[in-house]
Design a protein around this ligand. Structure first.
Ligand code: 1HE
Length: 262
């Protein structure tokens, strides 16, 4: 692919390919463990997306997606500092979950602790064979702090999450696809290529649809049904009123719609 480097410094490595921004966690010697600086870089990256970016692919360099919280920074925090630290993670990951565009994560190797929390904040997860999921917080004497107890039960259920935290149970890539960690499972080394196809399909959608999937769908899913139905009607009416929706439907009826499959 023709890649245009947009930034090389810091703990993230970014490159653009047309409407898709590729964001790499780039601290392979520490297995992409997330220190404060990396979390703040993620927040800044997702807060400042170029409006031309229509989808993001998030992946890790080296042999692992992410080893979670940088344990070397977790030494002398008191309770107030602990709350501030967790809130910083929440802020950064909400920039991803409720950002401007859908985010596709490519998971390989270790997807552990805060790394799994980060993956859960993305909209689509593509796992490579060899990926594995763990929440070793129980063994480390801590608790999730990056939104995991809100997001992970939605993916795999609270009972599975409790089991992982209490016993150290891990899930491999195939099991992870079955229980809901990932929506796709591909062979080793093929995650980025698949993510590119998926991201390009997303980028070809009407922006209002992508916006509604990112912003409205999770809120509707979390709302009480009566509120959810009302919100759905409003979002549906807004989307279909867009000139782009009318043009796309005209194209379909005239047999001119583009067919995209991933
Ligand atoms: C780290 C970290 C880290 C590696 N913080 N430095 N996360 C964990 O409990 C996972 C801890 N890490 C591991 O279990 C393993 O490192 C891996 C399975 C991910 C990879 O194993 P391996 O054999 O490839 O690497 P390694 O030899 O264990 O680690 C290489 C280096 O990375 C080594 O440093 P070095 O200076 O000795 O070379 C490790 O210390 C360093 N490293 N992982 C700091 N996590 C918001 S709350 C979230 C709560 C959590 O995330 S809890 C889970 C934390």
């Amino acid at each position: 692919m023709s890649e245009r480097p947009v930034a090389e410094e810091g703990l993230l490595k970014l490159h653009r390919n047309g409407p898709v921004l590729f964001v790499a966690l780039h601290r392979p010697r520490k297995r992409n463990a997330l220190n404060d600086r990396a979390v703040l870089e993620l927040e800044a990256c997702f807060a400042g997306l170029d409006p031309q970016v229509r989808a993001v692919v998030l992946y890790g360099t080296g042999d692992h997606f992410c080893a979670g919280l940088d344990l070397s920074e977790l030494s002398e925090r008191d309770v107030a500092e602990g709350i501030a630290h967790s809130s910083m993670w929440h802020r950064a990951f909400q920039r991803i979950e409720f950002g401007a565009v859908p985010v596709v994560a490519v998971l390989h190797g270790a997807v552990i602790g805060g790394g799994l929390e980060l993956a859960a904040a993305c909209h689509i997860r593509i796992a490579e064979e060899g990926a594995y999921y763990a929440l070793p917080e129980g063994q480390r004497g801590i608790f999730v702090g990056g939104g995991g107890s809100v997001r992970l039960p939605r993916l795999i259920g609270a009972a599975r999450m409790a089991d992982m935290m209490l016993t150290g149970r891990t899930y491999d890539a195939a099991e992870g696809e079955r229980v809901g960690f990932s929506q796709y499972l591909v062979r080793r080394g093929e995650g980025l290529a698949k993510a590119r196809l998926v991201a390009e399909a997303i980028a070809a959608n009407a922006p209002i649809t992508n916006f509604a999937v990112v912003q409205a769908l999770p809120r509707i899913a979390a709302a009480d049904p009566a509120t959810g139905y009302m919100m759905e009607s409003l979002v549906s009416a807004i989307a279909q009123n867009e000139p782009e929706a009318k043009a796309r439907i005209r194209d379909f009826l005239a047999g001119k719609a583009k067919k995209t499959t991933v």
